[in-house]
Design a protein around this ligand. Structure first.
Ligand code: NAD
Length: 494
């Protein structure tokens, strides 16, 4: 029997940690001490206190992990695809049995409410099961060269894949890349974010128990410069899936160029949420709150810009401000309605954006200050800043926190112009009862995903990714399988 949420909460409150958390790297199916014998503290953002230690890997560990992934490749690739799918499905079953533990650990690492962490682990189960079912549907094609030739293609696994992951949805983002990669026969080396590495390490033994051969899934935690950089630069890597900031994405792209590795880049966003005057304003207000304050705004596709038609601007903001008052901070394991900021550095970055806005005379409707829970922790109040011009840094830069900037427009055309006014193009949403307006917006707005009347609409089946500074390539859905395959055309002269 695995411990329940209540038992885990009790254990954490009395011990300040949890039993059995990993302290070693997961390489070639084994736990392994980091070569440099270094560890990093894992901090609880709700208290600022260390509750675990994670191993800090180095280039030597990356080398071991990539070598293991290369050695495991032929056997894993050679399996009938449905057997790879079965391993993913069994891993989902094992993860489901321990979902309370995984959710508790992620709530503690990220500072997010436990209900949000549970939803994240459930999404991981969905990801594993989706790609378990997809594994044996990846197939090639045939080509009509006439009777003189027989021509067809096979889909081969691209090889050893690197997965570099940020801290906001740790296991979810890991599996978004690893599950389709494994499904098609690739092997993987994961570099989780330094402050949220535990669950990707904890997944290692579950994969092994489910029957994954040693070396197919490896995890080397540590600092980006010590582990992420040598991973991307390693000559044994065939594809890099990077999720993180634009700045690091540029480094990754330059480094991957040395090996001509293929790349998926999931970068930042500054996504618009448009509310037209005919919208259901109560529903739109709920959508706005969830778009910017879920995970305390630390989501690449957060709806961080509200673009509202002038006729309903005052009425909509009244409703939104009323709802914001109900958001309460608290410790993640007490399931508050509003979570913490993942690190002190991120909190400083958010606060600095708002202080600069204040100095420029911007109108802060609510929030605009740091908060604490029982005199500790890293929290920032839900913040809304009104009537921000398009060239302001609040509109142009990703803040990655609970800060909503409002742009006021006169009609659909000016709303579309405002939606497209940044260099990012990840997600966009619109609330309206007018189907023509929604379709026009969807066609004219540059973004990887558009939602209508529900900001987070979509699921595992729907491709996800960005354009321009938000990156390129798509994850999720069947489309993600293509990142990890290459087509080989074979032609026989008859
Ligand atoms: P980050 O770029 O600082 O770090 C991301 C990962 O890269 C971490 O694991 C880090 O250790 C590693 N890293 C750092 N330096 C590296 C280097 N030189 N070489 C290789 N790896 C290196 O980003 P972050 O602050 O952890 O995450 C927030 C950012 O991630 C935001 O910009 C957000 O929009 C973006 N993000 C995008 C998506 C998406 O799907 N588009 C999803 C989540 C987060």
């Amino acid at each position: 029997m695995y411990p329940t949420l209540a038992q885990l909460r009790e254990e954490y409150l009395t011990q300040g940690t949890l039993k059995g958390l990993p302290q070693q790297l997961f390489i070639n199916g084994q736990w392994r001490e980091p070569s440099a014998q270094k560890w990093l503290d894992s901090l609880d953002p709700c208290t600022g206190q260390a509750f675990a230690r994670i191993p800090a890997g180095s280039a030597k560990d990356i080398d071991l992990a990539v070598n293991a992934a290369q050695a495991a490749l032929p056997q894993w690739q050679a399996l009938p695809a449905h057997q790879r799918g079965q391993v993913l499905a069994r891993t989902a079953d094992l993860l489901e049995q321990q979902q309370d533990l995984f959710a508790t650990v992620e709530a503690l690492e990220v500072g997010k409410p436990i209900s949000e962490a549970i939803a994240d682990i459930q999404s991981c189960l969905r990801t594993l099961r989706y790609y378990a079912g997809a594994a044996d549907k990846v197939q090639g094609d045939s080509y009509p060269l006439g009777q003189q030739a027989l021509s067809f293609s096979i889909m081969e696994a691209v090889g050893v894949t690197a997965h570099i992951v940020p801290w906001n949805f740790p296991l979810n983002t890991t599996l978004r890349g690893v599950a389709p990669a494994l499904a098609v026969g690739c092997t993987a080396v994961v570099k989780p974010a330094e402050n949220t590495s535990l669950t990707s390490l904890m997944l290692g033994p579950l994969f092994s128990k489910a029957g994954l051969p040693d070396g197919v899934y490896n995890v080397v935690s540590g600092l980006g410069v010590d582990t992420g950089a040598p991973l991307v630069a390693h000559r044994g890597i065939n594809h890099v899936t990077f999720t993180g900031s634009v700045q690091t994405g540029r480094h990754v792209m330059r480094s991957a160029a040395q090996n001509i590795s293929s790349l998926t880049l999931e970068l930042g966003g500054k996504s618009p949420l448009v509310v037209l005057a005919d919208a259901d304003l109560e529903a739109a207000a709920d959508g706005i709150l969830s778009a910017i304050f879920y995970n305390a705004g630390q989501i690449c596709s957060a709806g961080s810009r509200l673009i509202v038609e002038r006729r309903v601007h005052a009425e909509l903001l009244d409703i939104v401000l009323r709802k914001v008052k109900q958001l309460q901070i608290g410790h993640s394991l007490d399931n508050p309605s509003f979570g913490a900021i993942s690190s002190a550095a991120q909190l400083d970055k958010i606060a600095a954006f708002v202080e600069r806005a204040r100095a420029r005379g911007r109108q802060i409707l609510c929030g605009g200050q740091r908060l604490q829970w029982q005199g500790q922790g890293w929290f920032y109040a839900p913040t809304i800043i009104d009537d921000v011009p398009a060239d302001d840094e609040l509109i142009q830069e990703e803040i990655f926190g609970p800060v909503l900037s409002v742009q006021i427009v006169d009609d659909l055309e000016t709303a579309i112009n405002a939606a497209n006014c940044t260099q990012f193009a990840l997600a966009a949403g619109i609330y309206t009862r007018d189907v023509q307006a929604a379709l026009h917006f969807a066609q004219r707005t540059d973004a990887g995903q558009i939602t209508v009347n529900d900001y987070w609409a979509g699921g595992m089946e729907v491709p996800f990714g960005g354009n321009r500074l938000s990156g390129f390539g798509r994850e999720k859905g069947l489309e993600a399988l293509r990142n990890y395959c290459r087509t080989k055309a074979i032609t026989f002269k008859v």
